[in-house]
Structure formats: C-alpha cells, structure tokens
Design a protein. Structure first.
Length: 499
C-alpha cells in the first residue's frame, strides 16, 4: 500500500505519531493509500523549518524569488497530467476536470511570477521642508494554509505561490482525504530551486490544525472549507493573535429572468450544478426561475441532466465521477430522499445510481428538485453534491430578495438579455462574486476570490491584490536629511554655501 508522508525542510519525513489515515479510490471504494497524521511535535518541526528558512528567504531579492517561480511554473506545466492523475485517483473527479483545476492554480503561480509590480511602494517627496514619506510592504514570516479536499492542487496554489513570492515561508496542511497532489507540488518546487524549508507540507487532522492555529511562530492562516470550520479557524487563530482569511461555504443562486436564453441557462445550470459532482463551493445549487419560464426551464435542465455520463474519472467518456467518500455520498442522498416530505417535487432522483463493474464506488446520480421551499433542508444546507434545487419567484424583486435572505454570499449569477436588469442585479445582490450570463464567476488570478456574509471570515479575499496585501504588511517611513550645503553636518562635499 502506498504511504504519504510529510515534506519538511526540503525532504520527505516519515510520520512519527503512529497515527495514519486511509485514502480511498472513490471509484472502487478500495483503500489504496495511508497518510501520516501529524502530532503537535511534527507540526512544530515543520514550523521550525519554515522559521529557519525565513531568516534568509525573507531578505532574498525579488529577482531570486521570481526566477525560481518561473522555473516552478514550467515544471508544473510539464507535469499537468501527473498532478491531474493524482487528483482523479484520490478525489474522483474526471481527468479533464482535474486538468482544469491545475490550470486555474497555474494562473496564481503566473501572478506570483510578476509579483514585482504589486510589491512596489509609494513615495511622496517634500511633504514638508526636506521631508519625504514612503510606503513599503514587507513579508510576515511563517504563514500556514489549511486546504479542502475538493481542490487538492488548485486551492494550495491559490495560497503558497503568492505567500512565498512576497518573502514568507509556508506550512501547508492539505486535506487528509486526497493528500498526494500536495506532496508533488512541494517536490516540484524543490526541483525548481526553492530553498529547503520555504514550503513544507504536514498532513493531519484536527490535531495538526489546532497545532498550527496555536503555534506562536505562525503569523497568518489561510483557510478554505465549510462555514462552521471557517468560523472556528477565524475565532481560534484570531484569539492567538494571527491574521486570518477563512473562506467558508456557499449556497450559490442563479437568477433566470423571463427574457433569458433558456437553452443557454439550462446548459449553464447543468454544468455549474453537476460539474465535479457538485463538490465545489462555486457550484450553482439553487436556480431561481422568475415568472412563467419555470416549467420550461426545469424541462430543459432535466433533458440535459439525463444525458450526463457518470463513471470513473480516468475513463475519457465520463463526464462526472463519484463522491469523495461513502459517508459523504450517503449524506448527500438523504437530502434527495427527504425532499418530497418537505414539499419539493423530485424531478430526478439519482440516489440509486451505480456503475457496472464499480459497484463499491461512491456513486450517486444527478438529482433535480423543483418547487423547493426556503425552509427545507435541501435549500438551507450546503449539500456539496450533484443536487440542484429550483425555486420560483413571481418578480425580479422577489428573486433578489430570496437570494439576499440567504446567510451565504459567496457567488451568484443572473441570466438575462436586459443590460439594465443585469446592472441592477450586480449592484443589489449581496454576494462577493457575480456572474452575468456566467454561471460560475470565479475571478481570474489578477482579481481576488471571496464571498460575503457567512462565506468569508476575515477582511481579505484570496489571491489577487487582496492576497498580496494579506501576505504582507505596510510600513510608512518618514525621512529628513539636511542639505549637504550645511557644512556643520560633517564631511564637506564641496556644495556652495548658498545652495
């Protein structure tokens, strides 16, 4: 059986806690790997390695950092398929989806390669007689990232490339459910020339997380995961004096207005709700159909959903893979089996789906629930599976009010041909990311990703300008130098006395 150990100080370090976690192939249900679960002492070793590396990395030149990142980017590009294969084997998503994840992570590596312009300071001269004021940004020290199972390569790459480009060193705690991609990312960074200890990977569960949150040498923590855990991370790390960005869960709505292209809206709803088996925080999980178009829209979504081919992620014909664990699969199914009792119309029920030859895999089919009420479990909870709820509203105003009443505010979308309605929506909706005829509005790397309300705890979004600001702190320097013509200050430089 394959074993995944820690990566500390530029080398593989065998787990010493005696605790191991199982890693399952979601398509077969078989345990294929065991992963080391770190003790607090092992977390301390990773933080110590990062702290030692910071002594030189924190004062290294921008040219040195970016040259390493350019080489790293080339290696990641060359190993796209290798990284994607690890994601498919442990997460279950189809290979094309895994390749897309790697591509989105690479965007942030590319942003980090050009970090020089974003770390430029500001200068104001002669604010008073012979007084200049400048602003600079400096690194924090050792920073940590705690990342989720659904994007085991992309989300870490949303964090550590920017952090180390800014001069910090990094300790990554990836999900123990699919840990292998993180180790490969670290190995490739070392191959690119990243000094030992600048990037460390420590695997584990809550013990490792709590050790990072409490460690006095960790200055900042980045997190992506569910809202309850994000709230806990933010409260605990903040109480320990750390800077925190904690991105939580979501219930993303797609408002479809009566003038929308319903074929385009149905295509978008299917891809956004069921892509990656719905295991993504930017999935569309609620469609709000306005006025008379609801029945037709539901029919179009059903027709498309019924054609999606579900199978192992390494099968080129598969369009959707299994869920990450059997326990998660069973939990997702309960929302569908209990929907009718809470007033929903079950248009598609995917709970009985299996794949021939892979009967022990964590399979679930696509489910579509219509006429869902806002007080039902399927609507209120973040399901994180291939379940799409359709709600109905009589007017635009009613639809927006429904969306804004949600405790989540991660992403949202509107489908319409009316530019005025789209403009009004983007101003009135209470969410951090908005799509106009775009179902999953994940910003490009040079903008920032993050939601509102219970979808974000902390003041900074991730990557983009917010990411740079999160991983640096500002310093303002006020200087005054006597004019060299003032001979009493020291060496006579030959300046005229009347200068």
């Amino acid at each position: 059986m394959k074993t995944v150990n820690h990566w500390i100080g530029g080398k593989t370090v065998e787990g010493a806690s005696g605790n191991w976690g199982p890693v399952t192939d979601p398509a077969t249900g078989a345990v294929t790997t065991r992963v080391a679960l770190a003790s607090a002492d092992e977390v301390d070793a990773a933080v110590t390695a990062a702290k030692d590396a910071y002594a030189t990395w924190g004062t290294s030149s921008l040219a040195q950092r970016t040259s390493i990142l350019f080489r790293y980017r080339a290696l990641l590009d060359a190993h796209r398929d290798d990284i994607a294969a690890l994601i498919t084997a442990e997460h279950g998503k189809v290979h094309s989806d895994a390749l897309g994840e790697v591509a989105r992570g690479l965007e942030i590596v590319e942003l980090a390669c050009g970090i020089t312009t974003q770390l430029k300071g500001e200068l104001s001269t002669q604010v008073s007689n012979r007084v200049d004021v400048s602003s600079i940004r400096q690194s924090l020290g050792v920073v940590a990232g705690i990342t989720p199972f659904n994007f085991p390569a992309m989300v870490p790459m949303w964090m550590f490339p920017l952090a180390i480009a800014c001069g910090n060193t990094f300790v990554l705690k990836p999900s123990e459910k699919d840990p292998s991609a993180a180790n490969l990312l670290a190995e490739l960074a070392a191959e690119a020339g990243l000094p030992d200890g600048v990037l460390n990977v420590v695997h584990g569960d809550k013990v490792a997380v709590d050790a990072l949150l409490a460690h006095p040498d960790v200055t900042a923590v980045s997190f992506v995961g569910s809202t309850p855990i994000a709230r806990y991370i933010h409260a605990t790390a903040s109480a320990n004096g750390k800077r925190v960005q904690a991105l939580g869960g979501a219930k993303n709505h797609m408002l479809v207005l009566p003038d929308a292209d319903l074929d385009a809206a149905a295509d978008a709803a299917v891809s956004a709700a069921y892509g990656s088996a719905g295991e993504r925080c930017m999935a569309i999980s609620a469609v709000v159909a306005v006025s008379s178009i609801a029945d037709e829209l539901v029919d179009k979504i059903r027709e498309r959903a019924e054609k999606i081919k579900i199978g192992p992620g390494n099968d080129p014909e598969s369009e959707m893979g299994p869920l990450i664990t059997k326990a998660h699969r069973d939990k997702v199914a309960t929302y569908v089996t209990g929907a009718a009792a809470q007033g929903a119309q079950v248009v598609l029920d995917g709970t009985g789906y299996t794949v021939d030859g892979f009967e022990d895999g964590h399979w679930i089919g696509l489910s579509l629930l219509d006429k869902v009420s806002t007080d039902s479990d399927a609507y209120r909870d973040e399901i994180f599976g291939p379940v799409l709820c359709v709600l109905r509203a009589e007017t635009y105003e009613e639809g927006v009010a429904l969306i804004n009443a949600s405790p989540y505010g991660n992403g949202t979308a509107v489908f319409t041909r009316d530019g005025g309605a789209a403009r009004r929506f983007q101003l009135e909706v209470q969410a951090g990311m908005v799509g106009v005829n775009v179902p999953i509005p994940v910003p490009v790397g040079y903008h920032s990703f993050g939601g509102w309300k219970d979808s974000l705890f902390g003041d900074h979004h991730i990557y983009g300008n917010d990411g740079v600001h999160f991983y640096t702190r500002g310093k303002v320097v006020t200087t005054r130098w006597p004019d060299p013509s003032e001979g009493h200050i020291g060496v006579d430089l030959g300046f005229p006395r009347n200068h």
